[in-house]
Design a binder for this molecule. Structure first.
Ligand SMILES: Cc1cc2nc3c(=O)[nH]c(=O)nc-3n(C[C@H](O)[C@H](O)[C@H](O)COP(=O)(O)O)c2cc1C
Length: 224
C-alpha cells in the first residue's frame, strides 16, 4: 500500500492577543446556541446549508474514511412523510416504550410525541453513518471495514451544528426512536444508518426554550 506524500502544513500563527480575542468571540457566539423546537417556515438561503455541510465534511475521521452522508430534505411531501413516521414512533415510545426513568429525565424539557417542526422547518438535514464501505466489482459486492464510525460522525455533527449556529440559524438535534423509517423514506443504501435528524431554519417569532443550566467550568474541567 502506497503512503500519502507529505506537503507543507497550511497554518496561520496568530499573535496571542488575536488568539484570545477569537477564542472569546467564538465562545460568546456558541453560548447562544440552543436546541430550538419552534421553527419558522420562512425560507433561508440554501448556501448556508451547503456551507455548513462542507464544514462538517472537513471533520477528522477514523483513518480519514469520512463515514457520513448528509441528506438535505426540502421537499414538502417528504417532510410530511418524515413527520408522520416520526410522530408515530414517538407516540409509541412516549406511551409504551420509554422506561419511567427516561420519561423522568425528559419531563423537565416538556417534550412530547408531537413534532410540528419537522414540517415547518425549511430544511431537514438527516445525518447518516456509513457503517462499512460498499463497492460493486465485477466479482460482486465488496465490503470494507470502517473504523470509529460513531466517534467520527459525532464529531462531524458537532461541526455541522456549530456551523449552522454561526450562520445565524436555529437547529434541533432530534433522534426519533427508532429511526429506521428515515432509511426507507429517503431510500438509503444498506450500509447507511440514520444518526441524527436536524431541522434547520429561523426560530418562530414566539419560540421559547427550557431555562436549563449548563455545568460550570469547575464541574467539567480538571487540571492535573
Ligand atoms: C444525541 C442527542 C439526541 C437528542 N435528541 C433529542 C430529541 O429527540 N428531541 C428533542 O427535543 N431534543 C433532543 N436533543 C436535544 C437535547 O434535549 C438538548 O441538547 C439538551 O436539552 C440541552 O439543550 P440545548 O441544546 O438547548 O443546550 C438531543 C440532543 C442530543 C445531543
Amino acid at each position: 500500500m502506497n503512503q500519502y506524500k507529505h506537503m507543507p502544513l497550511d497554518f496561520t500563527r496568530m499573535p496571542t492577543q488575536d488568539q484570545v480575542q477569537a477564542s472569546r468571540e467564538f465562545l460568546e457566539r456558541m453560548a447562544m446556541r440552543r436546541s430550538v423546537r419552534f421553527i419558522s417556515p420562512e425560507p433561508v438561503p440554501f448556501e448556508l446549508i451547503e456551507n455548513a455541510i462542507r464544514c462538517a465534511s472537513l471533520a477528522p475521521s477514523g483513518a480519514n474514511q469520512q463515514p457520513w452522508k448528509f441528506v438535505v430534505v426540502k421537499d414538502r411531501e417528504i417532510k410530511r412523510k418524515i413527520r408522520e413516521a416520526a410522530e408515530s414512533e414517538e407516540r409509541e415510545s412516549y406511551q409504551h416504550r420509554m422506561p419511567a426513568d427516561w420519561l423522568e429525565a425528559l419531563a423537565p424539557l416538556g417534550t412530547d410525541w408531537r413534532k410540528e417542526f419537522l414540517e415547518t422547518a425549511p430544511y431537514l438535514i438527516v445525518v447518516f453513518r456509513i457503517d462499512f464501505g460498499l463497492t460493486q466489482t465485477p466479482e460482486g459486492e465488496m465490503k470494507t471495514k470502517h473504523y470509529y464510525v460513531q466517534e467520527s460522525v459525532g464529531i462531524a455533527t458537532g461541526f455541522l451544528l456549530a456551523a449552522l449556529h454561526m450562520s445565524g440559524l436555529a437547529t434541533l438535534t432530534h433522534t426519533p426512536s427508532p429511526m429506521g423509517f428515515l432509511s426507507t423514506i429517503l431510500n438509503r443504501p444498506k450500509n447507511e444508518r440514520p444518526f441524527v435528524l436536524i431541522p434547520v431554519g429561523l426560530p418562530s417569532p414566539d419560540a421559547t426554550v427550557p431555562a436549563i443550566a449548563k455545568k460550570t467550568i469547575a464541574e467539567v474541567m480538571e487540571i492535573k
